[in-house]
Ligand binder design. Structure first.
Ligand code: GLC
Length: 745
């Protein structure tokens, strides 16, 4: 504990806290914990010590103030505290501490949705290695990430932390995320297990899901992440699943997670306290976070009464001890509190460059030549959003905005216009300070720009760039009006700028600095180019500027569908439009319970199979170059198939291409989507004329569908069509093979 630098109050608080750490003897008078004597330590523990270890704490860990939570120490057995903290876009700890002028800012990396847009697990693993070393050097043991609930609906307030509407893409990116972080000797916590797909009434909402949809969609990504990432921990979710809190579901936490999938780590709750602690412990939820005295009391009483058997108690305690011996705190790692933030900033920038999606680029508008005079519109050109809010937020020392990024990239801004937006932003900040309220949870109010002014700016500048922003975070879902849909002022700005600039034969570029899907169909035809960086971390604005300048050729692709209208979403009718808590508790549809009536028909599985037009399809993204897909070859057997396909850069600039392999299963038997993503691969950077042969392997288990009547996975016999696509709708090559006989799992 670093007492010298802490103020008296902190010291007394910490001392009090340590003493309140269940009054365990301080001197070692039992076996000191090692990775090879866990059973011996377990046998030496009192019941009180065991129950204490199953309940965490929140707040001040002596040497890392204000982490999200910690596990308790038992000094006499050499059991240290361990520190757990958020979040998916980077470590979230307080940036300042009493008693020292040193700061503890963390790197704001691209959000989950953006790194999923890279379709590049190898890149994600490199990015999260940097994230893991930051967690290590700041003295934290577990990063409470990745968030990976399926994008069931565009309005979920935490979609920015999550990855995709498709379980394979989500699972593969999450597994790479875990491997990268954990390669640095710290842990991850894949969350929120499971079916936490809305924020409205998240603590109590009952997600009612068919077994097939659960297995094929909402659990499948966690299954992949657990099997291919091997996370140290899993965080159960707040909500219920088919009437039972997930943290209390033995079927979910033991039968499926451990017995079926082979998970051998620790399960912790999300940060709340349900009444039936004992049911959670019995179900296999090992650690109660953030942890309350009443939970320890309940466990003690349950052991006393036999409701919680000694075997169940010891099973959970053993898993906590097996976790502790892996941690840097246990290893007494001499963390520096000096992570290489400069290097990590560059890693964050590179990750954004590899992930940003180019949605539209008419008349070769982008890349610009460089040096152009730019009229930069939109309040978020100044208040450029690096990450979302809530536990997914990161305390960053600086978030680059589009004004500085375009200037750094060598463009010259219309200074009057830039000043105007800086002034409006400052006024809004003053107002927020005075009202001590933050802006509308969803977006800043967009300042008006008169047509006269736009006409003047169109004369004085070469190109217009409009930045539109959306913000959201845990605890609330988004809404349709003025959130999913553009506001009137945003619409007017796009219309007026497009009209005036096109009259002057000049181009208009839109940058979507957003945390979730927005409506695009009604206005995208008005503008020449659209770039989607989502909220790309602290350096993301520079990545956007480098794409605009052509220094980077965009290679991101959408990890979810952009519908034409919100109501086209398959879950539109079964999602809370707004936080409507009226009505009798327990009876409120989409608040107390949410019917996943769409079943497996999530995202492109719905839109593609039912022929519903979309604004931008799953897997869509443009490049500054073009690619040819050669004739694929496939070798299949009863284990699965391996396909190879050669991709050639047929354009004029270097670039990378994501090849998406969809499988169309034989008809008959279970009703299936007309195509499902079963593999994908991203080329290296191909020079003009250069080719690369990609190999994509899929097992027969990965091809299987879940049959509810037999409660088993099955891969039907018949002819399978392999669709090699640049998106879910842009299929370039197909090849088929026959599975001679059905296989069950
Ligand atoms: C929050 C979030 C979870 C986070 C935890 C600790 O309620 O649901 O994602 O990791 O609390 O901050």
């Amino acid at each position: 504990m670093r007492l010298k630098t802490l103020s008296f109050t902190r010291i007394s608080l910490i001392t009090m806290l340590m003493c309140s750490q269940v009054a365990f003897a301080q001197q070692a008078d039992g076996p000191a914990l090692r990775s090879d004597n866990i059973d011996e330590v377990l046998n030496a523990m009192t019941t009180e010590e065991k129950c204490a270890l199953l309940v965490g704490g929140a707040g001040i860990v002596p040497d890392v103030p204000n982490v999200a939570g910690y596990t308790r120490t038992i000094p006499r057995l050499g059991i240290p505290m361990t520190a757990l903290s958020d979040g998916p876009a980077g470590l979230r700890i307080d940036p300042t501490r009493e008693g020292t002028s040193q700061t503890f800012y963390c790197t704001g990396f691209p959000i989950g949705t953006l790194i999923a847009s890279s379709w590049d697990p190898a890149m994600v693993e490199v990015m999260t290695q940097a994230m893991g070393s930051e967690v290590l050097e700041y003295g934290v043991d577990v990063l409470l990430a990745p968030g990976m609930n399926i994008h069931r609906n565009p309005l979920c307030g935490r979609n920015f932390e999550y990855l995709s509407e498709d379980p394979l893409l989500s699972g593969r990116i999450a597994a790479a995320y875990v491997r990268g972080v954990q390669s640095k000797g710290v842990g991850c916590s894949v969350k929120h297990f499971a079916a936490n797909n809305q924020e409205t009434n998240r603590l109590e909402n009952d997600a009612r899901i068919s077994e097939r949809a659960l297995r094929e969609i909402y659990l499948k990504n966690f299954e992949i992440a657990v099997k291919e990432g091997r996370p140290w921990t899993v965080m159960s979710s707040y909500n219920k699943l088919n009437g039972e809190y997930t943290q209390q579901s033995h079927r979910l936490l033991t039968t499926i997670l451990r017995d079926d999938w082979g998970f051998d780590g620790l399960v912790m709750t999300d940060w709340g306290c349900k009444d039936s602690t004992v049911k959670s412990a019995k179900a296999g939820n090992d650690l109660m976070m953030p942890g309350f005295q009443r939970e320890r009391d309940r466990l003690m009483a349950a052991v006393e009464s036999g409701e919680l058997t000694q075997a169940e108690l010891d099973r959970n305690v053993r898993r906590v001890l097996e976790y502790i011996v892996k941690t840097p705190h246990y290893r007494k790692y001499p963390y520096s509190n000096q992570p290489d933030l400069k290097a990590h900033a560059q890693v964050a920038r590179k990750a954004a460059e590899e992930s940003i999606v180019l949605l539209r680029n008419e008349h070769g508008t982008l890349p610009l030549k460089g040096g152009e005079k730019v009229a930069l519109y939109g309040i978020n050109s100044v208040d450029f959003l690096g990450v979302g809010t809530g536990s997914g937020f990161v305390h960053m020392a600086h978030v680059a905005n589009m004004q500085e990024a375009l200037t750094t990239a060598g463009f010259s801004l219309d200074e009057d216009l830039a000043n105007y937006y800086r002034h409006c932003y400052a006024l809004q900040q003053d107002k927020e300070r005075m009202e001590a309220s933050s802006t509308d949870k969803r977006h800043r109010s967009e300042p008006e720009v008169s047509v006269k002014a736009i006409e003047r700016q169109a004369k004085a500048n070469d190109v217009a760039i409009i930045v539109l922003g959306r913000i959201a975070g845990e605890g609330a879902d988004r809404v349709v009006h003025d959130d999913f849909e553009l506001t009137a002022i945003e619409r007017e700005l796009i219309q007026n700028v497009s009209l005036v600039y096109h009259k002057a034969d000049k181009r208009v570029v839109v940058v979507l600095n957003i945390v979730g899907v927005v409506e695009t169909a009604s206005w995208k035809g008005l503008v020449d180019a659209i770039i989607l960086p989502w909220t790309p971390g602290q350096e993301g604005a520079h990545a956007v500027a480098d794409i605009i300048k052509g220094k980077v050729n965009p290679s991101g692709k959408l990890p979810m569908t952009f519908p034409v209208n919100y109501m086209d979403s398959p879950s539109a009718g079964n999602f809370p439009y707004r936080w409507d808590m009226s009505g009798r508790r327990g009876t409120r549809r989409n608040v107390d319970f949410t019917e996943y009536e769409e079943g497996i028909w999530v995202g492109y599985r719905h839109f593609q199979t039912r022929g519903v037009e979309v604004s931008y399809p799953f897997g869509y993204g443009l490049s500054y170059t073009t690619f040819d897909y050669g004739q694929p070859k496939v070798k299949a057997n009863q284990e699965g198939f391996t396909a190879t396909i050669t991709v050639t850069n047929t354009g004029k600039v270097p670039g990378r291409e994501v090849v998406e392999l969809y499988v169309s299963a034989p008809s008959g038997g279970l009703e299936k989507p007309d195509r499902e993503l079963k593999a994908f691969a991203k080329t290296k950077t191909l020079m003009p004329g250069e080719s690369e042969t990609l190999t994509l392997t899929v097992t027969t288990y990965e091809m299987a569908s879940f049959n509810e009547s037999t409660a088993a996975w099955e891969t039907a016999a018949g002819t399978y069509k392999l669709l090699f696509g640049a998106s879910a709708t842009d299929i370039r090559r197909t090849v088929s093979f026959k599975m001679k006989k059905a296989i069950g799992f």
